[in-house]
Design a protein. Structure first.
Length: 274
């Protein structure tokens, strides 16, 4: 086992730890922020502590749907800018396809996280959103509850979209768009686990001595670009200005268009020691 393979395994172990820490921290922070805003209303409706706890647990899935890909981005940036990583990257560049072999395990781990994220988004998230909405209806003493697109599984969303498409008119088109947006969002957020990791690598691999400042700046820039594209695209799709597919995949496409050429060129370039 050469130095690149040893370094790749070490980076993979660090990636797992960094992902767990960043995921736990980000999810806890966003959940605390959300609960701080909702707690006064819950208390005003007379919710006991046990109900508030259930409300908080049911709020975890939709919070984690976003923090999973962002946590993977942070983990990748942290791993490849830590002390000692620059030596491993330099050694990998001196070997043929060494850089690609160095990042392959981390990209593979990101793909596994993406699969788990897809299961989370398509199976756990809709059911949790449904229970959360029912709980909110009970607390506000609403007699009826009409399920929203965020409470539906993929099959339910597709069936609802087919039903809405059979009706003519702008309102029906808007309903179809909302269902299709949710379908594509579940897939695009899962794919973002890999896309954001590739974008992060495109920032840090050309500058192995960038350190913490590069990691922080890269994370902020990548997240801002992705978030603006995601939220802006969703708004445009709801107004029927762009297709739901383009709206939800635009952020991934922009980051891939930036990252892939840099990574391809960096992977094929071989550096020689003087």
């Amino acid at each position: 086992m050469n130095q690149v393979e040893i370094g790749a395994r070490r980076l993979l172990r660090r990636h797992a730890i960094a992902f767990a820490v960043s995921f736990g921290t980000l999810t806890a922070l966003l959940l605390a922020q959300f609960m701080t805003k909702r707690l006064p209303a819950l208390r005003a409706n007379g919710a006991p502590p046990s109900t508030i706890l259930v409300f908080m647990v049911l709020s975890v899935p939709f919070t984690a749907a976003l923090t999973i890909p962002v946590s993977n981005l942070i983990a990748v940036l942290w791993v490849f800018t830590r002390p000692g990583a620059s030596e491993v990257i330099t050694a990998a560049r001196e070997e043929r396809r060494g850089a690609r072999r160095l990042v392959a395990p981390v990209i593979s781990a990101s793909a596994v996280i993406a699969v788990l994220s897809l299961v989370w988004n398509t199976q756990i998230l809709p059911r949790a959103n449904e229970r959360l909405a029912l709980l909110q209806s009970e607390l506000s003493h609403q007699s009826t509850h009409e399920p929203s697109s965020r409470e539906m599984s993929i099959s339910e969303l597709r069936a609802a979209a087919r039903g809405a498409s059979a009706v003519a008119g702008p309102a029906a088109l808007a309903r179809v768009a909302s269902y299709e947006i949710e379908i594509h969002k579940k897939y695009s957020l899962a794919a973002a686990c890999v896309v954001l990791a590739l974008a992060g690598l495109a920032f840090v691999l050309p500058f192995p001595h960038g350190g913490t400042l590069l990691a922080f700046g890269s994370a902020c820039l990548i997240f801002v670009v992705y978030y603006i594209a995601l939220v802006g695209g969703e708004s445009l799709a709801h107004h029927l200005l762009v297709s739901p597919f383009l709206a939800m995949w635009m952020g991934n496409g922009l980051l891939l268009a930036f990252a892939l050429p840099i990574l391809w060129w960096g992977g094929r370039t071989r550096r020689h020691s003087p």
